[in-house]
Design a protein around this ligand. Structure first.
Ligand code: NOJ
Ligand code: CA
Length: 550
């Protein structure tokens, strides 16, 4: 059965746009005055702040690389591609759910928290992935979906029908399709019209925020808290480097609130304490508050290491369809203002939920490139969605729901009928549009490709502390379509210039910019000169550049 999900109207709009012609920018002029930052990168990536300096990559294991010809990507396949990711400049992987699942919610419905889905291999294949990734300096963070396990989970099957069984209070039951202590409906109407489902065996209703087959766990029961923290320990003991925590703000409900209520925050603190009992682990939150993820950071040290800044990640296409620099700067200034010290944004421009950057950019190359430019140079840890570095385009087949349009197989080879993804007769879902034009084989080594653009941009970020942990200063230019921002660490300062106008070149002055030195162009094309305390900047249409000024 397939479903249509409302927020994916974005995807639909994007699909319409997919027919738009692309607006290619000239290959960026790149000079690397000190390209070899390997030693600096290694130092930054091995310390406790590694996750602030790393570039993450979100992998849909199912669609990345099939190793056994069944048409389904798997852990062995992913392991065989680590060197490709390393050579792109990827330091860490976020794996979409790999646990056994009825696949009603694409694996976010976990049927067994302590195993690997047979579709993707076995626990030993995860061990092998970790054993291959770690010596390469790469880290691995699986998705941990603690919120809505499916009704096939053993915990749910046990309490039915006896209400006296060990798991009787592990879910939220009511004699009526309501509960005065739960003042929230479904997470969103897409997942069903009611948040209550009658269980005929127990003759009671259970509460669910998502699909009816995903009963919510009762986190007010200490046994549930203990069991789920044990799940985290199980994976940490196996050597994972942390977790991406799915909709964790929705763990506990009350009569007046359902999102990040104090009880949920207490749970997150306990989860953080578990992570802190292992060295160098980190976790990232999927925030359900799209305008600010500040609540997920607690005091900056006791909750999440990172949380997605969706104000940029989900909505960047809006400022990029206008010409105002301030609109693109706002999400970063807001998070600087609202987040506690120590917080680190996680930055995306596409994902398994929001869709492909290509589509959000309406097929305009200079637009997704500048969106990625902001993602890599503003404060935060970038998460590249697999295939984004090739500008993969959406498909049109929905196996579970329309979000599958952005979950199509990775395109490795140009010509092969299955593009190097599988040796079987066909992949589990058809390739996205124009796959033959978006292969790694075709793009690697082509200086005008999206792949080369990503490769260069990631190389610039690598080993430069200012991008991971440096301060941010946004400079005001007297031309409102030029964005100009400064990232500084204790010993280096970089300035980024970017034009929001895709038609005409622009020039302007940032008064009182007080740049600490003359500008040396590292990436892109623009000019930046000093005149006393002021800085003059000229940027071509849809241009961008990185300068070092100290
Ligand atoms: C968040 C995940 O990102 C999304 O894909 C999933 O559908 C929901 N959680 C519900 O499980
Ligand atoms: Ca397979």
């Amino acid at each position: 059965m397939t479903r249509t999900l409302a927020p994916l109207a974005l995807v639909a709009a994007a699909l319409l746009a997919a027919s738009c012609s692309s607006h290619a920018t000239p290959a960026p002029a790149v000079t690397y005055p000190d390209k070899d930052r390997a030693a600096a990168a290694q130092a930054l990536l091995s310390g406790p702040d590694w996750y602030r300096h790393a570039v993450f990559y979100e992998v849909d294991v199912r669609s990345f690389q099939d190793s056994n010809g069944d048409g389904i990507g798997d852990l062995k396949g992913l392991t065989s591609r680590l060197d490709e990711l390393k050579s792109l400049g990827i330091d860490a992987l976020w794996l979409m759910p790999i646990m056994p699942t009825p696949f009603v919610d694409s694996g976010y419905d976990v049927a067994d928290y302590e195993d690997v889905s047979p579709d993707y291999g076995a626990l030993g294949d995860l061990d092998a992935l970790l054993a291959a990734a770690h010596p390469r300096g790469m880290r691995v963070m699986p998705d941990l979906a603690l919120t809505p396990p499916p009704d096939q989970h053993a915990w749910f099957r046990h309490p039915r029908p006896p209400t006296t069984s060990a798991h009787a209070d592990w879910y939220i039951w009511s004699d009526t399709p309501s509960d005065p202590n739960i003042g929230c409906g479904t997470f969103s109407a897409q997942f069903g019209s009611s948040a209550w489902q009658l269980d005929a065996t127990r003759n009671q209703y259970y509460f669910h925020r998502f699909y009816a087959g995903q009963p919510d766990l009762n986190y007010r029961n200490p046994a549930v808290v203990k069991a789920t923290l044990d799940v985290a320990r199980f994976w940490l003991d196996r050597g994972v480097d942390g977790f991406r925590c799915d909709v964790i703000g929705l763990l506990v409900e009350s009569a007046t609130g359902c999102d990040m209520i104090p009880e949920t925050q207490d749970y997150i603190r306990q989860l953080r304490a578990v992570l802190d009992s292992y060295p160098n682990r980190a976790m990232v939150a999927e925030s359900t508050n799209y305008s600010s993820a500040a609540a997920y950071f607690g005091n900056g040290k006791d909750m999440f290491h990172m949380a997605f800044n969706f104000d940029y990640g989900y909505f960047w296409s809006m400022p990029f369809s206008g010409t105002l620099a301030s609109a693109v700067e706002k999400p970063f200034l807001d998070s600087q203002k609202l987040n506690p010290q120590g917080a680190q944004d996680a930055l995306v421009i596409g994902s398994h939920d929001v869709g492909r950057a290509y589509d959000a950019a309406r097929g305009i190359q200079s637009r997704w490139e500048r969106a990625a430019f902001v993602q890599m140079t503003m404060p935060g840890t970038p998460y590249v969605y697999y295939g984004e570095e090739l500008a993969l385009q959406s498909g049109s087949t929905a196996v579970v729901d329309t979000r599958d349009y952005a979950r199509t197989p990775m395109v490795w080879a140009k010509a092969d009928p299955n593009h190097g993804f599988t040796t079987g007769s066909k992949p589990w879902i058809p390739f996205g549009a124009n796959a033959d034009q978006t292969s790694l084989e075709g793009e690697k080594g082509d200086p005008s490709s999206t792949y080369s653009y990503y490769e260069q941009l990631l190389a610039i970020r690598r080993g430069r502390e200012a991008f991971g942990t440096g301060s941010l200063q946004v400079l005001t230019v007297d031309d409102p379509s030029i964005a100009l921002w400064v990232r500084a660490s204790s010993d280096e300062t970089y300035v980024m210039a970017m034009s929001m106008d895709e038609e005409d070149a622009h020039s302007g002055t940032a008064q009182g910019a007080n740049l600490p030195g003359d500008a040396e162009l590292l990436f892109g094309s623009a000019t930046l000169t000093r005149s006393g305390a002021d800085a003059h900047v000229s940027v071509p249409a849809a241009g961008y550049a990185i300068f070092r000024v100290r």
